[in-house]
Design a protein around this ligand. Structure first.
Ligand code: IYR
Length: 232
């Protein structure tokens, strides 16, 4: 036992946690209002061409980077694209893959039936209209300064958590996005010149929603369907 208040056996450098406990009432208020904020988030596929300051993207990436990660390896790279030429190349390559998915039967019928209510097609105009595209890459392994491979732990979990926090950060600032996974995504590595240790994880078009944007009328599962208490 150390004097740190728990059975500490590590050898790291420890600092005080910056934390102030709130009253139960304030805690409940914060919980309720954060839920209400997040419950208004929707995936958006129609973007305004209005510019979005680069600083907002930086702040969203900084927020995503606060995510916990396996062994604190932070195995993510956010590639941001505002250049219309690069966006166009991404759109054309994504649409080529999606055309095969939707029109040439690479996406099986039951899958197509499952997503029909989302109103998607092989066409992805938002890849050009959204002022920013951010492609999140997972680092399957690290590369040390001497060029040797470093094992990364829990990469998918870590990057998935960072993606969720990125989405929450964007929504909190009033920006819209979509978790787009053009399939297969390998073309993104090529177009964005990413090294062999990185794999595309998800592509986020980001911007303000276009005026008059509509979203599919979907319901979220009620609490009792997603949460259960177990106890003896
Ligand atoms: N990747 C395709 C198809 C697609 C798949 C799922 I699962 C979705 O939730 C939505 C779309 C596309 O982007 O259109």
């Amino acid at each position: 036992m150390s004097d740190k208040g728990y059975p500490y056996t590590g050898h790291g450098d420890f600092i005080d946690y910056d934390y102030e406990r709130r009253s139960e009432a304030d805690t409940l208020d914060a919980a309720q209002s954060f839920y209400e904020l997040m419950n208004r988030r929707r995936s958006i596929r129609t973007f305004s061409v209005d510019p979005v300051p680069r600083r907002l993207i930086e702040l969203a990436v900084l927020t995503a980077g606060t995510a916990p990660s396996g062994a604190h390896q932070q195995p993510w790279t956010f590639v941001i694209v505002g250049d219309p030429e690069v966006k166009k190349r991404i759109r054309l390559a994504a649409e080529e893959e999606e055309r095969t998915n939707y029109l040439d039967g690479r996406m099986p019928e039951d899958w197509q039936d499952e997503i029909a209510r989302l109103g998607t097609s092989w066409q992805k105009p938002y890849l050009e209209t959204a002022p920013w595209l951010v492609v999140l890459f997972e680092q399957r392994y690290g590369v040390d300064p001497d060029g040797s491979r470093k094992k990364h732990y829990y990469v998918k979990e870590s990057v998935g958590i960072a993606a969720g926090m990125f989405i929450a950060a964007l929504h909190n600032m009033g920006l819209a996005t979509l978790t787009h996974t053009p399939s297969p995504m390998a073309f993104l590595s090529k177009l964005l010149h990413r090294p062999a240790n990185e794999r595309p994880f998800v592509l986020f078009p980001i911007g303000y929603p276009a005026d008059g944007s509509v979203v599919p009328n979907l319901q979220r599962k009620p609490l009792e369907d997603v949460m259960l208490e177990v106890g003896d």
